[in-house]
Write a protein that binds this ligand. Structure first.
Ligand code: H2U
Ligand code: ZN
Length: 343
């Protein structure tokens, strides 16, 4: 089975992925191209995220010393109440959308990415994401808060200064909406949370597990689409970042550092990805079905420069992968001890 083409089911979204392992029995055979080490300065006078510098729109950043949060100067969502756009036919449906977009700088340092920051700084970033989630979700029209990081030019990140974003919206966006539907249906049928049951199985099988600490597990999901996709799952059915105790925040910082370190070590580059947390919606209902988790979606396949393209079949039919999640896990598992740039 594992070496012949097959489909795997993603129970969080209800979607299938095609796995074609026979196409990549030895995925590491592809040539690994040299990529230059990025040597960023600690401070860049032209960076719009560094302390004291001016941003687009004319505002200046304070001389900040830990995380720094500001309203996105080019917000995709706006808080103003606007009348719903006219829609006089069900095939031309639209509704207005309100919200807020913020940027969260990880630290004043222009050159330190998540795996290079110390444990306390990563905890501080998590606490900032939590505070932002609480503050934004307290607004009566906000029903979802998406925390995410685009890292690297390959993922469309506009500035190397390590930062993340928080977008809070009136409606639940597509991906969390699918996860809500599937986790709810599973909970009603089985009386347990889907991801809690999934973790039990993965802990038994071990072949896709990367790291386990006291409160979190990092693994390559059975249904992963991206070659080195990672799912980070809370051991307890906490639905929100704000539900985490201080020891859970500490464990999350530990596992974030391990995940991002093993990524960087894989091809010895600052590894690009989009990552984000999926918390339950803010719809004034209890969410016993929801387990807090984070997805990491990195585009690279074989080297610093060979990426996976989501093109032809993926766009028109369904996602497809060659290397199996199990072999990807084998490669990543051993790479988290020391960071290649700071051995
Ligand atoms: P990335 O994480 O994709 O690089 O996006 C950074 C955000 O920073 C982007 O949404 C915002 C952009 O709108 N930005 C500002 O808010 N102010 C600026 O001066 C430049 C960029
Ligand atoms: Zn900077």
């Amino acid at each position: 089975m594992s070496n012949s083409p097959h489909r795997r089911f993603n129970p969080l979204t209800g979607e299938w992925v095609l796995v074609s392992p026979h196409r990549a029995k030895r995925p590491w055979l592809g040539q690994v191209e040299e990529s230059p080490l990025e040597n960023l300065p600690k401070y860049d006078p032209t960076c719009y995220l560094c302390p004291r510098n001016e941003r687009a729109g004319g505002l200046s950043n304070p001389d900040y010393s830990s995380t720094f949060v500001f309203d996105n100067d080019f917000s995709a969502l706006l808080p103003d109440e606007v009348p719903a756009p006219a829609s006089d036919h069900p095939l031309l449906a639209s509704v207005s959308e309100r919200g807020l977009c913020r940027v969260v700088c990880f630290s004043p340092r222009h050159d330190l990415t998540l795996p290079e920051l110390d444990h306390a700084s990563i905890e501080n970033i998590i606490n900032t994401w939590t505070e932002q989630t609480i503050e934004l979700s307290a607004k009566d029209y906000i029903h979802y808060v998406q925390v995410f990081e685009n890292k690297g030019a390959m993922m469309g990140c506009s500035n190397p200064h390590p930062h993340s974003q928080v977008w809070a919206s009136e409606h639940i966006p597509n991906e969390p909406a699918k996860e809500l539907q599937h986790q709810k249906a599973y909970f009603h049928e089985h009386g347990h949370a889907l991801l809690a049951d999934y973790l039990v199985e993965e802990h038994k099988r071990k072949e896709r597990i990367l790291f386990i600490n006291e409160h979190f597990t990092a693994l390559i999901p059975y249904w992963a689409v991206w070659p080195f996709e990672i799912l980070l799952v809370a051991h307890r059915s906490a639905a929100y970042l704000a539900d985490l105790t201080s020891s859970e925040v500490s464990a999350l910082a530990d596992i974030l550092k391990r995940v991002t370190t093993c990524y960087d070590n894989l091809f010895e580059i600052s590894f690009p990805y989009s990552m984000g947390f999926h918390q339950a919606p803010f719809d004034s209902q209890p969410h016993p079905e929801w387990v807090l988790h984070a997805h990491f979606y990195p585009p690279l396949l074989r080297s610093a420069t060979v990426r996976k393209f989501m093109v032809g079949y993926e766009m028109l039919a369904m996602p497809q992968r060659d290397i199996t999640p199990e072999s990807a896990a084998d490669r990543l598992r051993s790479l988290s001890d020391l960071h290649y740039r700071h051995p």
